[in-house]
Design a protein. Structure first.
Length: 194
């Protein structure tokens, strides 16, 4: 994992973004990148507000740039690498991601998101365990809130965080998708996505 974090947590749009929609077994995902790294992996019908990109999703598809738009070659390379690594993940050939990332959020959010990369493939932890790993055992709700704004779903695997009793709880794409991802990563073959 190579998360590059922006030093200005309020930087929300100073880097032009490019996006691409890819088809996956769980439906289409929108990948958003800028010249620093991958900014977001979002679900169908998301407007970008959850991940700090309100109004920026779908604005430019790197596969069809307009003549007046100059796309960063670094951003396009990040989109291509992200698409390739996600395809490998869904094919069962990749367990970890090695991508440049541009995480924009509070210091606590960025710390929580980076910690998600340490949860092993095929395993789950509770929100309480994640808070303890961050050295903040009483910040369980704050961890849950940070995970809810995780801009890099799947790449930073917040789907591997479950309730204290092991129950599936909150996920931007819904619990059916979370269940599918966990089954995909376990020894059991995932059911066809409904």
């Amino acid at each position: 994992m190579n998360p590059t974090t922006d030093s200005d947590r309020n930087d929300r749009g100073t880097h032009p973004t490019v996006s691409r929609v890819i088809d996956t077994p769980i439906g289409p995902l929108t990948l958003v990148a800028d010249d620093v790294g991958l900014r977001a992996v979002t679900w169908p019908d998301e407007d970008g507000a959850r991940v700090g990109l309100s109004g920026q999703l779908g604005a430019s598809d790197s596969s069809a740039p307009s003549p007046t738009t100059v796309h960063s070659s670094a951003a396009i390379a990040t989109l291509e690498a992200s698409e390739a690594q996600l395809r490998e993940y869904f094919a069962g050939e990749r367990q970890d991601f090695d991508l440049p990332m541009h995480l924009v959020g509070t210091d606590f959010q960025q710390e929580a998101w980076r910690g998600l990369a340490d949860i092993p493939y095929g395993q789950t932890i509770s929100y309480g365990e994640q808070a303890e790993r961050l050295g903040r055992p009483k910040a369980v709700r704050a961890v849950g809130a940070a995970n809810g704004r995780n801009p890099l779903s799947i790449v930073l695997p917040c789907h591997r965080v479950v309730g204290a009793s092991g129950d599936l709880t909150g996920f931007a794409a819904g619990l059916e998708t979370k269940r599918w991802l966990l089954a995909h990563e376990s020894d059991q073959a995932p059911l066809p996505f409904a």
